[in-house]
Design a protein around this ligand. Structure first.
Ligand code: C2O
Ligand code: CU
Ligand code: CU
Length: 421
């Protein structure tokens, strides 16, 4: 027996679900019919996860945003064959954050995620313990996984790529929140913390509340920001997360606040009478230790280019047998990611992501990062024509991926491998 190890079980399974009542469709899920349980751990904790693959095909489970060694990362080399169990074990060594997990099989990631394989992974720590922010799971601290689906007239979600989907990524016309179409939630008259994950294959969202209700972003991909950022609109590209606090205390019982994407309603918040235990929006959140750019021993360039089946990074498409970049263990490096425009054609925005590491953005197109991107980031949207510089220290060894998180681009080969040793 191993004391003090947090143990989790994930069963990757085929299932069925009715997104539209009375219309069943085939789905995939972890322990259930769609999506997966929230795995919740603490910084410093030892974790063991037993993943049983009950699909009749291969899968992997990648811990997106976790700083762990390559053999536990769940990338395309960590294949779990049908019927087999994979048991990664690792120690959490990073601040409180909202991370997530999803499959990462070569050429299959888009399909497996689309059919339902994704779940959240929370880390808690002493900093979040000490802050008087909403933290009651399901009451005033609620996850919102946003995904778009293409639901056909019989209520089925199929993943068949047309030429447009290969070019632009697979986008649907129905947007789900936690697997539901247009749901509502009753909220206390007070502050509500929402943990948003863009779990979509390709769609970029612009989230707004009705009446332009303001809110505060308190965390980005890899943890709390230095201080809350007041905003009325939040842009999230695939795989990005944000924690926000919305204050419903000025509303009356029964008032409804809508949460929308570019004018389309995604869900409703229905305000309840009860006043909740007072919490505040602190002036300071976390003390983020800034990585000093003068510590960087190397600047690496990643150029996102090409279209459709030709998408590539630095002119190369993913090859499982080729290591593209070698990074020294514990080195600090600046990664420069650019998305050059292609003549007259306005290209696409590509969300850059790298495994096993968290970045601090140095600049976006020569300007300091926007306040809500000034904390830890593992996924960075790079718009057409832009260049982003980000710095990181590579504390974990092994083989890792960097790629575009538009899953159809990733599956088409817009991915490379870096080895840390
Ligand atoms: Cu969220 Cu390589 O992935
Ligand atoms: Cu990842
Ligand atoms: Cu892309």
């Amino acid at each position: 027996s191993m004391p003090n190890v947090a143990e989790f079980h994930l069963k990757v399974q085929m299932s069925k679900k009715e997104f539209i009542k009375g219309n069943e469709t085939n789905t995939l899920g972890y322990n259930g019919d769609y999506l997966g349980p929230v795995i919740r751990v603490r910084n410093g904790e030892k974790v063991s996860i037993k993943v049983k693959n009950n699909l009749n095909e291969e899968t992997t489970v990648h811990w997106h945003g976790l700083k762990i060694n390559g053999e536990n990362d769940g990338g395309p080399h960590n294949i779990i064959k049908s019927g087999e169990t994979w048991n990664p074990t690792f120690t959490i060594n990073q601040p409180a954050s909202t991370l997530w997990y999803h499959p990462h099989v070569m050429h299959k990631t888009g399909e497996q995620v689309y059919k339902g394989l994704a779940g959240l992974f929370y880390i808690d720590d002493e900093v979040t313990d000490s802050l008087n922010i909403p933290k009651e799971y399901g009451v005033n601290d609620v996850p919102l996984v946003i995904q778009d689906k293409r639901l056909d007239s019989s209520g089925k979600i199929e993943y068949n790529l047309g030429m447009d989907d290969v070019m632009m990524g697979f986008k649907g016309d129905t947007i789900l929140v936690n697997g539901a179409i247009n749901p509502y939630i009753e909220v206390p008259r007070g502050k509500m913390r929402l943990r948003l994950l863009n779990g979509s294959n390709a769609r970029i969202y612009e989230f707004v509340f009705s009446n332009n209700q303001k809110f505060y972003q308190i965390a980005s991909d890899g943890g709390l920001l230095d201080k809350p950022v007041e905003m009325t609109k939040l842009v999230l590209s695939p795989a990005e997360r944000a924690e926000i606090i919305v204050d419903f205390s000025e509303y009356k019982k029964g008032n409804v606040v809508e949460f929308t994407n570019q004018g389309t309603e995604l869900m409703k918040f229905v305000v309840k009478e009860e006043k909740q235990k007072a919490s505040n929006i602190p002036d300071r959140l976390a003390q983020i230790e800034r990585i000093d750019p003068s510590k960087s021993v190397k600047t690496r360039k990643f150029v996102f280019q090409g279209m459709g089946p030709m998408v590539n990074i630095n002119g190369k498409q993913m090859d499982m047998n080729r290591i593209d970049e070698e990074v020294n263990l514990n080195a600090t490096e600046i990664w420069e990611i650019s998305n050059p425009s292609m003549g007259m054609m306005r290209g696409m925005a590509h969300p850059f992501h790298a495994h096993g590491v968290q970045f601090q953005m140095l600049d976006r197109d020569g300007n300091p990062p926007p306040a809500n991107e000034a904390g830890w980031k593992d996924t960075i949207l790079v718009n057409p024509g832009e260049k982003v510089r980000a710095i990181a220290t590579f504390n974990h060894s092994g083989l890792f991926m960097y790629h575009c998180h538009i899953l159809e681009h990733e599956d088409a080969g817009m991915m490379g491998q870096f080895k840390v040793k």
